[in-house]
Design a protein around this ligand. Structure first.
Ligand code: 2BA
Length: 109
């Protein structure tokens, strides 16, 4: 068994939830925040059998889109102004960042 942790953009989270339910995957959604953009995203915890991982990856890939996002400039607080960029910068945010972990034991009480 594996535990899949997938960080996805909020805009894709409802679509992915629906697709997971349709394909009979069980998932938990956690509200999370990206460390770099400090913007909300959604982390899915999905426990599943090893043989279903490929199907699950396809579902995640199909339902999560990569997008450009603007990072607002943060003004320097009495510090080094040399590296300060006074205009918003665009970064490419991936469709999904996925970690696959082995599960030692799974119980439901
Ligand atoms: P954030 O940390 O808010 O990052 C959003 C996007 O900003 C990243 O997209 C990347 O394109 C860019 N970025 C992040 N750190 C950067 C840096 N130090 N310098 C320049 N650009 C940087 P993604 O890589 O697609 O990541 C999307 C979200 O997935 C991340 O949001 C974070 O919440 C999560 N994530 C990505 N890699 C992770 C990792 N190794 N461990 C845990 N969470 C991760």
């Amino acid at each position: 068994m594996k535990l899949v942790m997938a960080v996805v953009q909020d805009k894709d989270s409802n679509r992915l939830s629906d697709a997971l339910i349709d394909a009979d995957f069980r998932a938990t959604k956690l509200a999370s925040t990206g460390g770099f953009l400090k913007a909300g995203n959604t982390t899915f915890l999905i426990g599943t059998e090893d043989e279903k991982i490929e199907t699950l990856m396809e579902i995640i890939k199909e339902n999560c889109k990569s997008r450009e996002q603007l990072v607002a400039p943060i003004s320097p607080m009495g510090g080094n102004a040399d590296s300060y960029v006074p205009y918003p910068v665009e970064v490419q945010v991936g469709g999904a960042t996925v970690f696959v972990l082995p599960v030692e034991q799974f119980e439901q009480f």
